[in-house]
Unconditional design. Sequence first.
Length: 428
Amino acid sequence: MTAVVLVGAQWGDEGKGKATDLLSSRLDYVVKFNGGNNAGHTVVIGDEKYALHLLPSGILTPGVTPVIANGVVVDPEVLFEELDALTSRGLDVSKLRISANAHLITQYHRTLDKVTERFLGKRQIGTTGRGIGPSYADKINRVGIRMQDLFDENILRQKVEGALDQKNHLLVKVYNRRAIGVDEIVDELLSYVDRLRPMVTDTSLLLHQALGRGETVLFEGGQATMLDVDHGTYPFVTSSNATSGGAVTGSGIAPNQIDRVIAVVKAYTTRVGAGPFPTELFDEWGDFLTEKGFEFGTTTGRRRRTGWYDAPIARYSARINGVTDFVLTKLDVLTGIEKIPVCVAYDVDGTIVDEVPVSQSDFHHAKPVYEEFPGWTEDISGARELDDLPANAQAYVRELEAMSGSRISAIGVGPARDEIVQVHDLLD
């Protein structure tokens, strides 16, 4: 059997869709195990660009079974908008399977997400307002609604009544919003039942059986390591486990079934939303990376914050996730920079540290310690072997590999599907 976990090594938007696409012809299943429609993958196939938010990127590959597992929170409206958009472009989406244990995002989750974020004022986290956090909070508080509840109207109504009994008090008395009616929610959710019925199943069993047959399953994380609710820059994080451990709890497979962990890392660093970011740039180089790398969120359209490569974060990700291989993306964006800075350590109140500080305050005040490496001016988009890269680009990759805690097995040299250098086989 082959179970491969794919995660982001930074704050997200590293190009996980491209890495999935690199493996796609050898995959049988692609599984999304955390998050919701609060992050996205952009996959370029030929002249076509596909922006996916909730769906696993494997849905674009014929022969692959895409799975939304139990660790995901699902907004049915968004789900069907995405499915209909792909169908209209001639893609077959009939193989999608969704866990009966996946939790739902409802109208009241989206409402609460937006009003609570506004009430935080200067302490805003930077949520997308799509109801992700409130849905996960209901899950932990044991008042959530799961996919399987849709198929028993009495159970569904009881659960919606229980959830709204508390939430309407909050909406009306604290946030001065209207109360949400039980019928309003129940009727909306029931309207999805007929379309959902053939998709919803025991995905844990499905995946266990697939691995038992020796099939190859890719577990694709939403968001990234530094946004993990336990291991990221809390509280400026997502509401789920985006690290490799989340693939186990978020899909129902066993830890000893995982064979490889691939982490995707940009040749520089970006993040969206609030929170610490030691290498963030506020000068013309920040604008350069934003514009040349087209650093705008796939889901939100928000401009991403940009900075130089952060080696301590890469090492942290390698350790937390058990990374066997890195996929380095967007190396081409650095073309034309004479000297490329790389953060190799932090200065925390006069003390040099080469690991991510455990203290939120220390990390917030950490200043990057840079080393500079010679850049290159040659167009690298045609490179397909490591030796095709300019000498300075090769040296840059080798330096990052030495700093980052695991080998770099593939390098993105452009946005298109085939613009990638494969150094090591990701599955062998």
